[in-house]
Design a protein around this ligand. Structure first.
Ligand code: GLP
Length: 260
């Protein structure tokens, strides 16, 4: 696991650099897309590079991590709409090439299985962007999630619904109770995981995920078992890291030829 502690604006540039390098090397790369506020600055940076430097998503494929169950098709917080608005439409990404689990399917279990098949048929995810919840969830794998789980329906915790109420007029009752989410086992199959976290509210989760015991109680801790993980955090989110000085020294002396 590589932990990089830097100002938030720099983190977004680093994540965008990794995505750009991948797309230039492999124009039909498969990208894993996250929602939430953490990746927004990365999407801004990608939009800028698309406009100013011709970064092309024309042949790329995208797979979203998760989706609320039951939000109406046109709801602005439906993750499919969020991703279309925040990323796809801004980087010229053909809509048909970006998929998410179908939270409006009549048969949700079948939709989850179909989603797993689509990811596999695309050859798997090359680079997966991730955020982390204050309770250590990644995608919507709440505490207690099987570390081997696949795409499935989950019940959101009260904490997650409260955290996300800000996207629903501050009203927790408007936040759906269920979601479809890639499982931890699904996410672990992506070839490169890039986790972004900023702000003091994430400090405990970042510490547990990066340095705590691997445990379903802090679902993101399963990332410790992945061979290629980059954790991008600002000073505030890094404030509880035990080995922060070591991570800073390591990054300061990182060879320039070595990418993320
Ligand atoms: C949400 C999403 C996650 C996201 C996390 C943190 O509920 N399902 O994919 O990483 O919670 O969100 P934020 O980045 O807004 O703090």
């Amino acid at each position: 696991m590589e932990v990089i502690i830097a100002p938030a604006a720099e983190l977004a540039v680093l994540a965008a650099d990794a995505i750009e390098a991948l797309l230039r090397r492999k124009p039909d790369a498969v990208l894993g897309l996250a929602t939430g506020s953490s990746p927004l600055a990365v999407y801004d940076e990608l939009a800028r590079r698309h406009e100013q430097a011709g970064l092309s998503f024309a042949r790329a494929r995208g797979f979203m991590l998760d989706e609320y169950v039951g939000l109406p098709a046109e709801h602005p917080e439906r993750y499919r709409n969020v991703i279309a608005r925040e990323v796809a439409s801004r980087v010229g990404w053909p809509a048909a090439q970006v998929q998410g689990p179908d939270g409006l399917a009549e048969d949700l279990e079948a939709a989850c299985a179909a989603y797993e098949r689509s990811i596999a048929e695309a050859g798997g995810v090359d680079l997966q962007l991730l955020g982390v919840g204050t309770d250590g969830h990644v995608a919507f794998n709440e505490p207690g999630s099987s570390l081997a789980s696949r795409t499935r329906i989950k019940t959101l915790t009260r904490q997650t619904r409260e955290d996300n109420a800000r996207f629903f007029d501050g009203d927790v009752e408007q936040v759906p109770r269920h979601c479809l989410t890639q499982g931890l086992g699904t996410i672990m199959e992506a070839r490169h995981l890039v986790l972004l976290a900023t702000g003091r509210g994430k400090a405990e989760a970042v510490h547990r995920v990066v340095e705590g015991a691997v445990s379903a109680m802090w679902p993101g801790s399963v990332l410790q078992l992945h061979p290629h993980v980059t954790v991008l955090v600002d000073d505030a989110a890094a404030s509880r890291l035990q080995l922060a000085d070591y991570y800073r020294q390591t990054y300061a002396s990182k060879p320039t030829w070595q990418g993320l």
